[in-house]
Design a binder for this molecule. Structure first.
Ligand code: T1G
Length: 689
């Protein structure tokens, strides 16, 4: 059974029992309807509904969304609860989300535990509440609060729920509170549909629209939720529910909802294969080498998840700098109330910065975050090998360098793995686990376990220049620089990609990270670059001119006050000048041509990455692009997006581009294969196995 029913005297207890999160699937919906009939047949005085385990209910079972809805539908069950002559009381522990919150709204009363949360995260799945949330909530909490809860998708605390009038009480034992409500009080509470609808205040509605346009541009569900809430006001509940249901079903079958569901489940699928879990060695004491930006943020991420951390630097100046960097992150976290003073104190107590490698004699994991230079890293690896226990895992945070080359610095290469964090390392969720040719299963399993403890999204990648994310990024930038010399400006390119859904375009992003990083990589690749491949010298010119980005006051843009960004005609002139020197007749590319070229460049590179076995699945590439590189989540990631275009169309467009430049636009064999056997990239497993 997924809905348990029992009675004690004349009180009925209905428990949603569908591990792990009490998702409301078909059996739960049917069970709720049965429970209404059971309570009425038993002529009970009240029903107290709760969730088994830590959660009330996580919402509708999103795995059912790809299939046609099956009766009984959740609105049917909730209308039956609301209309029943036996009053229902929701006793909420943990989360009451989406359909779970809607069950609570259909009840006569609601009680929450102090730490419980209630909310409507449907927009995060590209849909809107589809079982009365848009129609009942405004009557309970008012128009502004309802719009905010539903369009933001953010759950609220029990205290906030009490403030807004959403619930009737907060109690450490919500079921007991529900039991203790006196009969008369219970009988006097009116249901949502009997409460007056809030007045339609156009200024509130417009403010909600403006908020959505600024926070969730391009996303359909939040705006549609506003429409449905607005059109339901003043209508009978049954009419409002019909409007809601139609909108919900339409969104549920739409591209954005499919993309968001894909990412939701891909994120949860990013975990160690069962065969590996038992081999994980979870460290307590972790060594971090290098106290710069990355090293200190990695150290903080570890401290934030309970690890003991010893940060190693070359000299006392480095030690002092590392301490200050970590302290700065602690101070910022305190300022934003992410942590409190007690928690800050606990972190400080578990943190040491030193030059003495003797202090890591009992560490079982070391993460090297030193200067991005092979010789420096090999030297550090050698020192770590001498200082650490023989079974300790040695990881590098390198963004590009060859883990196999690094592993040669130690006697036992099986203990070497890449742990590629993304800046800022204590905030970004993505973690590329780089598997070297000798990396052991234990090292991979331990990396997965570390990612889980750090609440990161782990993606195992193979060894190549830039692994998955930075290799795609390098192709993205190369294609953008090609447009730069062939006719566009940085701001035209950035605007085109922001219209696609990126928070910022490649040039704005590079001004933030600094042009010198990519410049150093280009120099590193000089010796092995294909001479037949077009080389665009504009970015080199920028670095030669000292235009390194925001940190130098100017990069692809100028920053007159250090903050605001303005187009720089000098940069546009450099593009024109370089085109002239190369004998190129510039072309005025439209925004859609810019988008198409940059996206096809990334898709083709990603297909090669999949084909070469550097990534294990298209879904992993989606996680990397969304959680590491700002690809719009509501497009499902680069490969999911590619599948919405289709391999045939992609190959057709690439063929035309290859006529311009056969080297840069050489079509990935995997894309050709997808066309030949009519398969999607999502179904294409890498050939390397
Ligand atoms: N449907 C199906 N499976 C779900 C699920 C859901 N809604 N939520 C979680 N799971 C699975 C998840 O895939 C994972 O599976 C396991 O449960 C643990 O999840 C009608 C239409 C509740 C805060 O959007 O936010 O209601 O990997 O790792 O970290 O109007 O899950 O173990 O096989 O995330 O403890 C609205 C989504 C749905 C909430 C718990 N509800 N879930 O976090 O566990 S639409 C949501 C969450 C709706 C109604 C509308 C979180 C959580 P596996 P987990 P967690």
């Amino acid at each position: 059974m997924t809905v348990n029913m029992r009675r004690e005297d004349n009180v009925g207890y209905v428990e949603i029992d569908n591990a792990p999160v009490n998702a409301i699937g078909l059996s739960v919906r049917a069970g709720l309807l049965d429970a209404v009939r059971w309570a009425e047949e038993q002529n009970l005085e009240r029903v107290i509904v709760s969730g088994k385990g830590a959660m009330f209910a996580a919402g509708a079972d999103a795995r059912e969304f790809d299939a046609d809805p099956v009766e009984p539908h959740l609105p049917d069950a909730l209308n039956a609860i609301e209309d029943s002559f036996v009053p229902w009381i929701a006793a909420i522990e943990g989360f009451a989300l989406g359909g779970g919150a809607e069950i609570a709204l259909a009840c006569t009363m609601r009680f929450m535990a102090p730490s419980a949360r209630i909310g409507f995260p449907e927009v995060n799945l590209g849909v809107i509440p589809g079982a009365g949330g848009t129609q009942r909530l405004p009557h309970m909490v008012g128009l502004a609060n309802a719009l905010d809860m539903i369009t933001s998708g953010k759950p609220i605390t029990a205290a906030r729920a009490m403030e807004t009038g959403l619930i009737h009480g907060i109690d450490d034992d919500p079921m007991d509170a529900a039991f203790m409500v006196n009969g008369e009080a219970l009988g006097s509470v009116v249901s949502a549909k009997e409460l007056p609808a809030p007045p339609l205040d156009e200024s509130i509605v417009q403010a909600a629209r403006d908020q959505v346009h600024s926070k969730a541009a391009n996303q359909k569900a939040p705006l549609r939720a506003i429409d449905v809430i607005e059109s339901g006001l003043g209508k009978a509940l049954i009419d409002g529910l019909a409007i809601e249901r139609e909108a919900f079903l339409e969104l549920r079958n739409g591209e954005q909802a499919k993309a968001l569901r894909h990412i939701f489940f891909a994120e949860r699928g990013a975990k160690a294969p069962l065969s590996l879990v038992a081999q994980a060695v979870i460290p307590e004491h972790v060594a971090v080498v290098g106290g710069g930006t990355m090293g200190s943020a990695i150290a903080y991420a570890l401290l934030n998840c309970g690890f003991k951390v010893t940060l190693l630097e070359n000299d006392t100046a480095g030690v002092d700098r590392a301490k200050q960097n970590v302290e700065n992150i602690i101070a910022a976290s305190l300022k934003r109330a992410f942590i409190n003073e007690q928690s800050a104190g606990e972190k400080r107590a578990r943190f040491t910065a030193t030059t003495d490698y003797g202090e890591i004699a009992n560490a079982t994991l070391a993460i090297e975050a030193a200067f991005e230079n092979m010789e420096v890293k090999r030297f550090v690896f050698h020192a770590l090998e001498s200082a650490l226990p023989a079974h300790a895992i040695i990881a590098s945070n390198t963004s590009y360098l060859d883990i196999n080359q690094l592993a040669l610095a130690v006697k036992d290469p099986t203990r070497v793995v890449g742990l590629h964090f993304f800046a800022p390392a204590h905030i970004m969720k993505l973690l590329e686990i780089v598997r070297g040719e000798h990396t052991s299963a234990t090292a991979i399993a331990s990396a997965y376990a570390l990612a889980k403890k750090l609440r990161k999204i782990p993606v195992v990648v193979g060894v190549c220049d830039g692994f998955v994310g930075n290799r795609i990024l390098a192709r993205y930038r190369e294609a953008a620089d090609t447009l730069l010399i062939d006719g566009s400006t940085p701001w035209e390119i950035d605007e085109a990609m922001v219209e696609f859904g990126y928070a910022m375009g490649p040039y704005t992003a590079q001004d933030l990270s600094g042009l010198d990083i990519a410049h150093a990589n280009r120099r590193r690749q000089d010796a092995t670059r294909d001479p037949a491949r077009r080389y665009i010298p504009i970015a080199d010119r920028m670095v030669e001119l000292g235009k390194l980005g925001r940190k130098s006051g100017a990069g692809w843009y100028r920053y007159p006050d250090g903050v605001s960004r303005v187009d720089d005609p000098i940069v546009a002139d450099i593009g024109i000048e370089e085109a002239h020197l190369a004998g190129i007749s510039r072309v005025d590319y439209s925004a859609s041509e810019i988008r198409e070229r940059l996206l096809l460049a990334m898709i083709n590179e990603a297909a090669n990455i999949l084909h070469e076995g550097i990534a294990q699945s298209a879904s992993d590439i989606d996680l990397v692009t969304v959680f590491g590189y700002g690809f719009p989540r509501w497009r499902g990631g680069l490969m999911h997006y590619a599948d919405t275009i289709g391999a045939l169309n992609i190959v057709d467009k690439l063929s035309k581009l290859a006529e311009e430049d056969a080297v840069a636009w050489k079509i990935s064999p995997l894309l050709q294969e997808c066309v030949e056997v009519n398969k999607t990239l999502a179904s294409a497993l890498n050939d390397a196995g």
